[in-house]
Design a protein around this ligand. Structure first.
Ligand SMILES: Nc1nc2c(ncn2[C@@H]2O[C@H](COP(=O)(O)OP(=O)(O)OP(=O)(O)O)[C@@H](O)[C@H]2O)c(=O)[nH]1
Ligand SMILES: [Mg+2]
Length: 307
């Protein structure tokens, strides 16, 4: 209906030639995991972000749906021409840039530290003071503009009660590009959770990470921890925590920082004197980027203007 958003009827019409919404979309509670306009309709930005996440997690699904939706390529190879396969994540602590443009970030931190609020702020949703502890993992996907104007997609995932199970699972860790450690700077018992996590799961140190002090609008307090956060990060040569509040307008700075660190992972590693472990053979991850975006955008435009 040309309002710049896909409503339920338009979505149904769009997916009519397919077996319905991809099952991963149902699992990620689509459309609440992506960008919507005030009426709750999916915007083009949200639509592309959602497909970027799908292509990243399961490129097969994107290929399948491109076929259902009638995308054809002149080149040999059909719908696969729409996707670009990038290198597996390996030796991330080498200096340099990652060519992928979709990044997965696990948001780790104490209960109530503000992880869900951060995921909502990422989708530009208004801040809510009600607290619902997260049980099931939840994700938010949106585009982020890097310095220099390049665009990428960032998937933020809060793990809920599955946090221990996911952190014990090496394949799940290998699929992650960057960790965001969060704590509530107004709660003295919040930072200790991060210290414990890193002790309990030393394998986390094989991933680049960013420390974030949330609720910076509230009074900062001393943390009940052997080291205060700044000294703690300093001890492993990491950047000091970035203080942000979801009640501030300028929080996008954090998301750009996360995306930049995922693009240049060597800048965000804890530095020790040991040799870094070579994990090349552990897991050959398939990273697919979104050349599909153009094709998907055309389908979106068609649907919006036809209805
Ligand atoms: N003042 C203030 N309150 C915040 C901020 N961020 C989150 N909160 C509040 O803190 C409480 C907990 O926030 P959540 O985002 O649900 O915390 P969480 O880390 O997801 O908690 P779990 O899912 O239980 O691990 C909620 O009542 C939020 O409204 C902030 O930046 N400033
Ligand atoms: Mg939560």
């Amino acid at each position: 209906d040309n309002d710049g958003g896909l409503n339920d009827a338009e979505l149904t019409a769009l997916f009519a030639p397919t077996p319905g919404l991809p099952s991963s979309w149902v699992d990620s509670a689509f459309p609440s995991c992506t960008v919507r306009n005030e009426a709750g309709h999916i915007t083009l930005q949200g639509w592309l972000a959602q497909w970027s996440m799908t292509t990243f997690e399961e490129p097969k699904t994107t290929l399948e749906y491109l076929a259902y939706l009638g995308f054809e390529s002149q080149e040999r190879g059909g719908t696969t021409a729409a996707l670009k396969v990038t290198k597996a994540r390996k030796r991330r602590n080498r200096p340099g840039r990652v060519e992928r443009n979709v990044f997965l970030c696990y948001v780790l931190g104490a209960g109530g530290s503000g992880k869900s609020s951060l995921l909502s702020a990422f989708l530009n949703r208004p801040f809510s003071t009600t607290y619902h502890p997260t049980i099931k993992p939840r994700t938010s996907v949106n585009s982020v503009e890097l310095q220099g104007g390049k665009q990428c997609y960032l998937i933020l995932e809060e793990l809920g009660e599955l946090e221990p199970a996911i952190l014990e699972n090496q394949a799940k860790l290998d699929a992650c590009d960057i960790l965001c450690y969060t704590y509530d700077s107004s709660d003295p018992d919040s930072f200790a959770h991060i210290v414990e996590l890193r002790k309990k799961y030393p394998q986390l140190d094989a991933l680049p990470a960013i420390y974030t002090a949330l609720k910076a609008d509230q009074d900062k307090t001393m943390q009940r921890s052997e080291l205060q956060p700044d000294d703690y990060t300093n001890a492993s040569n990491m950047a000091a925590p970035l203080h942000v509040s979801v009640t501030w307008a300028s929080i996008s700075e954090l998301f750009v920082h996360l995306a930049e660190s995922a693009t240049y992972p060597s800048t965000a590693f804890p530095k020790k004197n040991e040799q870094p472990v070579d994990r090349t053979n552990l897991y050959i991850a398939l990273g697919a980027t979104v050349c599909a975006a153009a094709a998907i955008a055309i389908i979106w435009k068609k649907t919006v203007s036809n209805s």
